[in-house]
Design a protein around this ligand. Structure first.
Ligand code: TPP
Ligand code: SF4
Ligand code: MG
Length: 314
């Protein structure tokens, strides 16, 4: 613990003292976390992400969540497609599959069926998950296959320079919508819930510790779980829509968001433009790979009885 790095100034306000305590506690936790020491490959840093991008915060939350669940590096497989978000597994020391755009859940499905014992985590951007990968998304949820899915929703195609995505807000400007987007955005959490996901939650990169908690719960869930991590892309969407610096976009996340509990008392039209945070679904349903094991057992039994029939001349 590096207590001496920070000066304990007697003039500090209560809030500042509290903050200092939290930083020190976090450092103690950081240096005591063995898993954390193993996660990052220093040779991969610095990352390709623009300075101030929110994706790194989601990576931090994911690392802390895995650490809390107590999974070893070899028990986890991170699967991604293509995009700024999809680069995340490159920086983490797990089993990783960096696949094609939109296909993270297709690869993750194959992997989970082959290795149901493994914690398979798919990490996707909004374009990756809901445009080209939209069909995989709804069917993975419908099957309730035990994949933990994290969608970093920055409302845009970040990597390719700011084309609008299925989550770009109405009127939002994009390189492919210079006069404003006219397509209504997909509500990711509603979509996942309606399609059959068994755990669905949303938070933002401003609420990093809440994100840790939701990702941890999503990992612990046996079936298909989704965490929407609302982020921002200051270099494309932010610039085109004059939303300011990363810190301004971060402040927007803080000011625009509201908890699910508080949102209950607010009429729907007043919630327009708000980011509702919370757990929207946490239910139990048969998980796909467990059901598949039963099919294998039935098929083997039936093979055995036909063999016995054949051997008995029946
Ligand atoms: C089949 C295919 N189509 C299109 C592309 C180009 N492409 C790469 S990333 C991307 C969109 C990325 O947006 P998103 O998934 O939201 O991730 P972000 O970069 O915003 O994190 C696109 C269209 C591609 N690589 N492959
Ligand atoms: S382009 Fe946007 S999403 Fe991609 S790293 Fe930069 S800020 Fe982040
Ligand atoms: Mg995106």
């Amino acid at each position: 613990m590096m207590n001496n790095v920070y000066l304990h100034d007697p003039e500090m306000t209560e809030l500042e003292q509290d903050l200092l305590k939290k930083i020190e506690q976090n450092e103690a936790w950081l240096s005591s976390s063995e898993t954390l020491q193993k996660l990052r490959k220093s040779k991969r840093f610095p990352s390709i992400w623009c300075a101030g991008c929110g994706i790194g915060i989601v990576m931090g939350a994911l690392i802390r969540a895995i650490d809390r669940v107590g999974l070893k590096n070899d028990q986890v497989a991170l699967v991604s497609g293509i995009g700024c978000t999809a680069r995340m597994p490159v920086y983490m020391d797990f089993n990783t599959l960096h696949t094609t755009h939109g296909r993270a859940l297709a690869f993750a499905t194959g992997l989970k069926i082959a290795r149901p014992d493994m914690e398979v985590i798919a990490i996707m951007g909004d374009g990756d998950a809901l445009a080209i990968g939209g069909n995989h998304f709804i069917h993975a949820a419908r099957r309730n296959i035990g994949i933990t899915t994290i969608v970093v929703n920055n409302s845009i195609y970040g990597m390719t320079g700011g084309q609008y995505s299925p989550t770009t807000p109405i009127d939002g400007k994009a390189t492919t919508a210079p006069y404003g987007n006219i397509e209504p955005p997909f509500p990711i959490c509603d979509l996942a819930k309606a399609a059959g996901a068994t755990y669905v939650a949303r938070s933002t990169v401003y609420h990093a510790l809440e994100l840790d908690k939701y990702i941890e719960q999503a990992i612990r869930k046996t079936g298909f779980s989704l965490v929407e991590a609302v982020s921002y892309c200051h270099t494309t969407y932010g610039r085109l829509n004059k939303l300011g610096r990363p810190v301004d976009m971060m402040r927007n996340l803080k000011e625009q968001s509201i908890t699910q509990t508080a949102a209950k008392d607010i009429p729907e039209d007043e919630l327009e433009g708000k980011i509702v945070r919370g757990i929207f679904c946490n239910i139990e349903r048969p998980e796909y790979t467990a059901e598949y094991e039963k099919v294998i057992a039935r098929a083997q039994q039936s093979d055995e009885s036909s063999e016995a029939r054949r051997a008995g001349g029946i």
